[in-house]
Design a protein around this ligand. Structure first.
Ligand code: NDP
Length: 417
């Protein structure tokens, strides 16, 4: 039997991707020999730079999204995340994979006005000059309009008796858009101040990206969920029940969403995007009706398990760190992701795949069985195993009654005798 992808060595995996034309020769060479960021580039990225900090990158296999197969690079230090994502992707593919929808892709920014004497008059003044203010915004970053994007609309929200937020919505095209939008907002704020002496507190984009959401759905035949202990229908019902608990209990919802973000953050990093943007927006979205809830929902519909996840995902395909981190462009090509829109779709689907695998494990064998098997590798290294000792120590650990550091150290000492 040919070995599975995860059973191959790192170089064999790269050779396999090359043989299947999932990597070009140049990119295969890059992945085989990548030494990460140079100190010089790192020094250009941050202040007071001392060194670089490496994280592992692995591949979630065969994520089927809107009929297209994606190999998704994931950057994470947590064992079992990538295996779970691949497992979720495999289950989803049995039902034809993930479908996505995306109503729009606009980034919102805010200009906060305080100490307003007449809130109604100020609101009327701003809305009456919408066209002029959009023009000011566009003139501050004209290349965006030349690419087909630019400022689209504005609205005024009353925050208190004397405080307003002017929200500006901008089509940022293929960028994440934070810097572009901030430039535009500051230009509009300057005009408001200079022309109508409006009292401005500050101007910045909002990370609550409600105008940049994407929804992934999946329908999985119940039969494929069966395990040696449980029938498919009982697993499906338990997953639906687990999803319900995440809707009604914030303690469970946070952990449910952490599982989704395991996949989302790992891919966001691999594609050179800012995971703080995505984390803050996702959690705010999870509490949008006043109670923090699970971001995904699962239900049994006829003979299928239906899953759905909506996330605000203001991701960039260009700009930010995407051209500064050396692995990002090879990762974009490996994933065959060609636009910011496609990136949003793939990452949302990955989050749902991750969630499915976690829920299935939780309601069947429990999370520890699979997790600790992969955790054995980390334990072996933490216990001080040298490269050649890792594999035999993992085997010994897997047969041990307890899987902890003391056991790993004891077994390592025994192995060396
Ligand atoms: P950039 O400042 O890098 O702007 C995007 C760049 O991409 C521009 O130089 C633009 O060129 C270029 N570009 C090339 N092709 C396209 C295209 N098709 N569509 C759009 N732009 C294109 O990045 P962003 O404005 O996207 O800002 C993202 C960064 O901002 C991230 O690193 C983030 O961490 C950071 N940030 C985040 C904040 C937050 O979230 N609160 C706050 C502040 C910063 P041109 O100049 O010709 O238009």
């Amino acid at each position: 039997m040919p070995k599975k992808f995860y059973q191959l060595t790192r170089l064999q995996r790269i050779a396999t991707l090359l043989a299947h034309k999932l990597l070009s020769v140049t990119d295969a060479h890059f992945f085989a020999n990548n030494t990460g960021l140079t100190q010089e580039r790192a020094n250009q990225l941050v202040e007071n730079q001392l060194t670089t900090f490496a994280l592992p990158e692995g591949l979630a296999r065969n994520l089927l999204v809107n009929g297209k197969l994606h190999q998704v690079p994931m950057v994470t230090e947590e064992p079992s995340v990538i295996a779970a994502a691949s497992n979720g992707a495999r289950l989803a593919a049995t039902g034809g994979g993930f479908r996505t929808s995306q109503p729009q892709r606009l980034l919102l920014g805010q200009i906060i006005l305080t100490d307003i004497v007449d809130v109604a008059a100020t609101t009327a003044m701003i809305t009456a000059h919408e066209a002029e203010l959009l023009q000011v915004a566009n003139a501050a970053h004209p290349s965006l309009q030349q690419r087909g994007g630019g400022a689209r609309w504005l609205r005024v929200r009353q925050l208190s008796e004397r405080e307003l937020s002017l929200d500006l919505a901008v089509d940022v095209q293929q960028a994440m858009g934070a810097n572009m939008l901030n430039t535009m907002l500051e230009a509009v704020a300057t005009t408001l101040q200079a022309k109508w002496t409006m009292p401005i507190l500050m101007s910045i984009l909002s990370n609550y990206a409600t105008e940049s959401t994407v929804t992934a759905t999946v329908d999985i035949p119940i039969t494929v969920l069966a395990t040696p202990q449980f029938t498919g229908i009982s697993v499906a019902k338990k997953i639906a029940a687990a999803s319900h608990i995440a809707q009604i209990d914030p303690y469970r919802a946070v952990t449910h969403n952490k599982g989704i973000m395991n996949g989302v953050d790992a891919a966001v990093l691999a594609f050179g995007n800012d995971c703080r943007v995505i984390e803050s927006g996702a959690h705010a979205y999870a509490a949008r009706d006043g109670q923090y809830r699970g971001l995904s929902q699962w239900q049994v519909v006829a003979d299928q398990l239906h899953g759905e996840l909506t996330l605000p995902l203001p991701l960039g395909f260009v700009g930010g760190a995407t051209r500064l981190l050396p692995a990002v462009q090879p990762n974009q090509r490996l994933a065959t992701v060609e636009s910011a829109q496609e990136l949003m779709q793939v990452i949302c689907a990955l989050g749902l795949a991750q969630n499915l695998a976690a829920l299935k494990a939780l309601v069947t064998t429990g999370i520890q069985q699979g997790h600790m098997r992969l955790q054995a590798k980390s334990l072996a290294v933490t216990a001080g195993a040298q490269t050649a000792e890792v594999a035999p120590l993992i085997v010994a650990l897997q047969q041990a009654p307890t899987l902890d550091l003391a056991t790993a150290q004891k077994l390592l000492t025994k192995l060396r005798q």
